[in-house]
Every structure is written in structure tokens, then in C-alpha cells.
Write a protein that binds this ligand. Sequence first.
Ligand code: ADP
Length: 662
Amino acid sequence: MQNPLCPFKPTDFRYAAWKAERKALRFRAKKNRFRVEPGPQPKNRSAISIDTSKAKSTVDVLRLCLKDLGWREDQNPVPQHYRSEHSMHMHQLFLIGYYFIVLKSIQWVKRDGGTCDLYWNSVHFTEAEDVIAGKVNKFPGMVEVVRKINLGRTLDLMHRLYPEEYDFHPQSWFLPQQFSEFCDVARRAHERRLKQVYIIKPDEGSQGEGIYLIQEPKDFISSNNKRYIAQQYITNPLLLEGLKFDFRIYVVLASLDPLEIYICKEGLTRFCTIPYQHPTNKNLGEAYMHLTNYSLNKHSINYLHTESEEDGSKRTMSSVFKQLDRMGFDVQQIWDDIEEVVVKTIIAIAPELKVEYRAELPTYKYVANFGISCFQILGFDILLQADGKPVLLEVNANPSLRIDFEHEVAPGILEHIHSPVDEEIKRPLVMDTLLLVAPRTRIVIDDPKSATHDSGDECEYVRPPHRGFGTLSQIYPRKYSTDFDWLRILDRTANIFLDCLGVRGALRMGSTGFRTFARKCCLTTSGTGFSNASLDIMYIDLQRRWEHVSPQRTSGLGFQGFIEAFFLIAKKRFPGDTILESVENMLDYSEANIELNSCDSKKELILPKLTRTEKKVEEMKSVYGSNNRKTIGNAYFIDYKRFPVEKRPRPLRMKSFSLQKE
Ligand code: ADP
């Protein structure tokens, strides 16, 4: 879809020149910048501190919160390793074999208490260099994990495993790799006289850039080295006042292991600016009708900036929910469905994040109590269908936290104006996130007396602690863990991947790691049908096929490729009615063998695996009743099919019983 302001089509050679000229114009533009200045800094040394030097456009809302909280803003933190002069000979002596870890430890001990408690980056985890302690507001690898193709692939995989649970994401194809599959599906739809529309989005695009609608795959315009996602276009969105809209839901991933998810009760609603019509040849190019992006619609003459709750092109989610309630929709049900979409999506992406986290923070174990931990605010774009059913469009790793908007008062003259709607939503979100992740023991700011005593200075700026807005509600584990824990199958696969990866800090599994995996899980034992050679061939084949995913990274099999290998082996080795059944059986089998192999005594290694698996079955039988077992190869398993899907027993963790020693 063409930029509505551009008089040329994207294929027109003048398009690039127009874009460059516009970019230059914006660069030179006189900008009247909206800005929140830093407040007076607390002199209390124990006040919580936050590094805002990398916060960029988020700094305004952060400053508003910091002023309320009485926390310290550090705009130019000294790199942590320059902090103090203490020598570290003792550590070097003790940890000489762990060169890398030693360095990290040295850096930590060198701290003189002046480092920040929180680091607020604008995009990536790695922006805050040299951080070795404190909380960082980005997870390593999040941007890559939620990128359109990657997210689509992960949700597709979950759909294969749990078709009924993961039906909230439009069917997608990754182009150019899956172009022939895309053509096949489109042809079949055409044969059934179904009029389909597809939306094409560049993988790395944002703010609606480069998006267009097509009716047939032949209209897809491929461009060199660019990857796209083709997606089923939702042609029946719910409309308000005739306009298409979508929600930006804010979610805080407070911790990955254990998983902790919060949802913000207030969100944004973004409206299109031209009344919606069913897509036809004539209106396919109307960006203001089909795309809800603020960055596009703000250029429309119909765009309405207003402080009122009930109209305007950007409104609070609660005001739209009130309107939907008046229209007779069950808004509580819609909200519950949205929460479920959020939890299921994070359950799907968490295993890959865990792999990235381990690779980026290999020493986290050694500095567990004072090392780095992460949290992140995510933006979920959710569209409602005409019946109120939510559809997940995308997850933004870096949702805009600006509280101003850009207004082009004349060509080349931009003004940044304060936006009350944005502040109403984002200020409580940021404030509550800060309160959630800050060190608990220091969350209450000292009263003036103790602050004065502590710092030795006259404390001019001590405020009573802000209690927050109560806008975040925990949806996992508090609300949904019992319902959705059975979906965390990829998490168990990630544990096996990490266990066999070999090199700490690596993201990809080499051929040795893959062999270790086969050995630890006893996949090559006699009678299983897998020889070392056949597994080697599988490894080489998959590695080649998955090379295109993050080609810039080191060679080897990444986590997604490993999952494919795992599923292939599961299908052959543990055939079942569904892929889920095969994978669950293989996970049980692999976990049992890994645990067995990790026992230090050689004696235990030669214990027949059967005894152990049988013991597990006995234990499960006592919990879930007898006669629910079946035999596959030389192992025994609980027969999951006998339980209704929602009541399937979670496999007992192997830790729940000890090995029988001879
Ligand atoms: P971007 O990251 O560029 O904003 P999105 O995936 O959010 O890309 O898509 C931009 C807009 O296009 C969305 O806000 C939504 O209005 C519309 N859109 C995207 N995908 C679909 C879809 N499958 N069906 C209907 N509308 C869609």
C-alpha cells in the first residue's frame, strides 16, 4: 500500500527520490520540541536511581514518574568498570580458570554503590554497555523474537500443536520462501469461489511502512534481500462510527524464569480516518481506510486530535469498551479473550527468549543475587472481528511511550504538542512498571529525617512514596497458570536444547551438540530406528534449511531448527494420532534419559531405562488412575488420549521421585 501522501507508486522510480527529499525536509524542519525537564534530584543516597541516558523519546514520561517517585535520574552514568580503584588480586587468584566470569566479578566488586538500580534503553538490551548489575528494561533478543516472520512462525508451530488454542493469528506465509504454498492456498480459495484478500508486510517494517493489500499472489512485488509476510486480511473488522480500529494493549513481562506477566488495564484505540468498506479493487490502496497506524493517519485531513474521551482518532481503550457495552457487546468476555491471547502468545515466545537470555547473559548464574535481570513493556496490536473475537496482528517490542505528537503546521515546520490521551495511559503504565521492578526493599523512600541523616546533606526533595495507579494486573501465573501450563511444551524443549548446547553463551547447536542430544536422550540406542549417520544427515539438512534465519549469526542449528528436528524425531520414534501426542511422549522419554544420564554414578547409567519409566507410570497411575498406560517401543507412557484435552494430566516431573539405587 502506497504512502497516502506520496503522488508516486512504490514501483515508480520517482518514489525513492520523493522519499529522500521528504526525509531531508523533516531533518531540517524547525522543531518545537515538547520536553519535560529533569526535576530536582534527591540528595538521599539511598534513593532508587535510573539511567535515562539511552531512553530517547521515553525520557519525558519517565521524568514525570521520577518526579512523583522522588527517584534519582542518572543521565551520564560512569561506566561501571571505572568506578573504583580497589584491586582485585584475590578474585583473580581464585577464579583464574574462569577468565570471563572473573572479569565480570571484578567489575561487580569494583562498584562503589554508585551504579544505577534500573537502566532504561530505547530499543535493545545491549544499549546499556558494561552493565553488570541492576534491572534492564529490555530482554536480549526480544526485537528478533517478535519480528513479524519469527512471531508468525512460532504461532504457526503452536497452532500445529494446539489448533484450538492458537487460532487467534491470521494464517501467514513467509515470502519469498513460502511463495508456492501461498499460491496453492490462494488457488484453492479461488477454486471454491472465495474472494480472498491478503496483506503484505515487510518483515522489518513498522508504522505501516511498505504494507499493501493484494487479491492474488501474482500481485506480490518482491524486492531484493527483503523478507515479507503475507497474511490473510481480516475483511470483517468491528467498526465504530463506520471506522476500523484496533487496540494497543500494553503488557509487562516482568520475569522470564519464572514467567510473570502483567497486563495494563488501560490501552490505546487507534482509528482509521476514512469509513471502512469491504476491500475491492478500487479501494485496496486506501491506507486511511484499511490501516489503523497513527503514523499514517495523522497525515489525513480527517485526523481528529481531541482531549475528549468519546471522539478523536486516538482514544482510551476504556472509553471504547464503554461504547461497545452500550452497543450490547459482552465487554468482560472480550477482555478475558484478550488476556488469553496475551498469555498464550507469551507462552509461545518465552522459550526462544530463554535461549537468547542464556546466550547473552551466560554468567547470570554466578551473579544471581546481584546480577542483571530484565523486564520489558510490550505492545500487543489487537483487532476485533465483527463478532468481538480478538485477532493478534503483531507484538511490538518497543511500543511508543511518547506523550506528545508531531504536528506539521506548515510544510517543513513541525511542532511537538503534548498529548493528554497518551499521558493518561502511558504515565500510569510507566509508573506502575517502575514500582513493580524496583528493588522491593528500597521502594519506600525514607522520610525526611532519615534521609538527612543518611546523606549528611540537607535533603530538599523528599516526597512521600507514590503508591502507583494500580493499572497493572498479574495475568500469569496468578490468573491463568492452571489453565495454560499444559501449553508450555516448547519450554521443555528449550530446556533440552540448553542442556545439550555445550558452549555456554552460544545460540546455536553445533553437530557435536546435536550428537550429545541424541546420546543423552538415548535416541540412537538399538531398536529405535535411528543411526548416528541418519541423525547427522538430518542435522546437515536442517542446518541448511534454517540458515536463512538470522544468517548473520554463528553457524549451527538455532532453536527453531532444533524444534523441527525434535518434532521429526518424535513423529518417527513415537508415532501418535497427533503431533502433540508424539512430542509429549518424546519429551517424557528424553527428560527421563537426560536425568538418568546426569547421575554421577556410573552404576546408575547402566540401570535399564524401562525400570525408571515404569516407576513413573506407576506413580502417574496412582495420581490419575490405572489403565491409562500404553507401550511404545521399550517405554511406558500415560495414554493422554483418554483424558479430555483440557484435563490432560501434566507429566510428572522426574524430580518427584528418586532413582532406585542398586
Ligand atoms: P506495522 O508494524 O507496520 O504497524 P502491522 O502488522 O501492525 O504493521 O499492520 C499495520 C496495520 O494494518 C494494523 O494496525 C492493522 O490496522 C492493519 N492490519 C495488519 N494486518 C492485518 C490483517 N491481517 N487484517 C486486517 N488488518 C490488518
